[in-house]
Design a protein around this ligand. Structure first.
Ligand code: MN
Ligand code: MN
Length: 465
């Protein structure tokens, strides 16, 4: 090897280039990347809805010695707590030793809801030898992707007497699955000439749930009656109980390694469990001098509304209650707090290069990805983090040896998206977006890199340090 030229050395000194995390990781770190992914896949398979993700997080927190916190409880440094909001969102937190008025809280906010197909309140009908449930989809989906794949049903039914029963069918080996019909190509000429948004319409997303008639000549709608009879045997429910049910059809696929080299993971609901799981495990795994909170919230996919979405006062109340319990002025705590709004971003895909601007796209396996701003068409609706705060986080990552990158979601005029970042920033908390790049976001089976997953976890550890 000849010596490097002056220009080469200058280039190394002054230029910035993203790094592939797999390429730069030591053998030991590569093993950590792969080992960490195993726990994540188990989480994905156990937590297909926000309720299940909440239950999983509570169980993991309990196992790590965390106990439940309720408003008004006393708190002291070293406490390990979790706060459950209506079974659909959870905040897992540690009380640190630093003065909260000076140091604030370190917040990591991600969401545990994912796009899916929800069952309507009057759903059940029979037609032409088949029994269906009518649906209304949740979040931004390409409707045609949800046909002709195995689906599982998850959720709860509140019965007439107020008793709540839990439903989960289609995940265990041997379980039946459910199905949304599509049209055969032989008769699909008209369908295929329409725009993709119209190929399958909302009212065609009917979930097939039965085909066996009730054995009685005297009744009509025999298949529907038979399904009702099975539901009654299993859950004690009748047709009216759908009125007070929350049932969702989700892909019945389990999380799997993708590729000969197993570098990638295919699964339903990476958005945003690929950020929620590292947030949860970082707070469970590591003590901190700071007061750290992993906020796993619901309803991000439909605008963070309602009692379990990030816009609900409950999260502000919780932070205020913690401040009060620690004898701190909440306004001072908020002003000193820092937040990583952790949601996924779009990974650059060479198959769809036209919608990306490559220099500012998230490249797969180049680490977790910071978006200084989100929004669309002129940063509209975005929390545009300050250079000062980005600089601060950048230093934390450098100190923690985190391989990370920055991106925007697509070309300037191509579209965009929002996250919970602005709601936290509105509380006077410095906030920036950080999350894992995803291929085929919002599809029934999404794709991420194990390197980016682990980089996200390491970034949270560095942020908590
Ligand atoms: Mn998301
Ligand atoms: Mn999303």
């Amino acid at each position: 090897m000849s010596e490097k030229s002056k220009g080469q050395l200058k280039q190394e000194e002054l230029s910035y280039k993203k790094k592939n995390y797999f390429e730069t990781a030591s053998d030991k770190e590569r093993k950590e990347i792969f080992d960490y992914a195993e726990g994540y896949k188990a989480f994905l398979d156990a937590a297909k809805t926000e309720r299940e993700a909440c239950d999983f997080s509570v169980a993991a927190a309990k196992k790590a010695g965390f106990t439940e916190y309720r408003f008004g409880d006393k708190l002291k440094a070293g406490d390990k707590k979790y706060f459950v909001n209506r079974g659909k969102s959870v905040v897992v937190f540690r009380v640190g030793t630093k003065n909260p008025e000076e140091d604030g809280f370190r917040l990591i906010a991600s969401h545990i809801d994912a796009p899916r197909v929800d069952i309507k309140q009057n759903p059940l009908y029979e037609d032409s030898g088949m029994c269906f449930l009518k649906t209304h989809y949740y979040g931004g989906i390409k409707k045609y992707q949800w046909t002709a794949i195995p689906l599982a049903l998850h959720g709860v039914v509140v019965l007439k007497d107020g008793k709540k029963v839990t439903v989960s069918v289609g995940e265990k080996p041997g379980d039946p699955v459910f199905y949304i019909n599509d049209l055969l190509p032989h008769l699909g000429a008209d369908q295929m000439s329409g725009t993709a948004g119209k190929v399958i319409e909302g009212e065609q997303l009917n979930v097939l749930v039965g085909g066996l008639p009730y054995n009685d000549k005297e009744v009509s709608d025999k298949i529907k009656l038979n399904v009702l009879s099975l539901l009654n045997e299993t859950y004690g429910m009748c047709e009216e109980d759908f009125l007070s049910a929350e049932l969702s059809a989700v892909p019945a696929f389990s999380a799997r390694d993708v590729g000969f080299d197993r570098a990638l993971i295919g699964a339903y609901g990476h958005d945003d469990r690929v950020c929620a799981y590292p947030a949860l495990t970082a707070v469970l795994d590591r003590e901190s001098e700071h007061t750290v909170l992993a906020m796993l919230v619901d309803k991000e996919e439909i605008g963070s509304e309602g009692t379990t979405g990030m816009q609900c006062k409950v999260y502000e109340d919780l932070m205020e209650e913690i401040s009060l319990a620690l004898g701190a002025n909440f306004r001072k705590v908020r002003a000193a707090s820092k937040c990583l709004s952790s949601d996924v971003t779009a990974a650059y895909d060479p198959n769809f290069a036209g919608v990306f601007e490559k220099m500012n796209s998230a490249m797969l396996s180049c680490g977790t990805c910071m978006s200084k701003f989100t929004g669309s068409r002129g940063k509209s609706g975005s929390n545009d983090a300050s250079a000062e705060f980005v600089g601060e986080v950048r230093k934390m990552f450098a100190d923690g040896g985190v391989v990370w990158q920055t991106s925007e979601l697509g070309k300037v005029d191509a579209g965009g998206g929002g996250t919970v970042a602005k709601f936290l920033a509105n509380l006077n908390i410095d906030t920036v977006d950080l999350g894992v790049p995803v291929i085929s976001m919002h599809a029934p089976y999404e794709l991420i890199s194990k390197a980016d997953l682990y980089s996200n976890y390491k970034a949270f550890l560095a942020f908590m340090k």
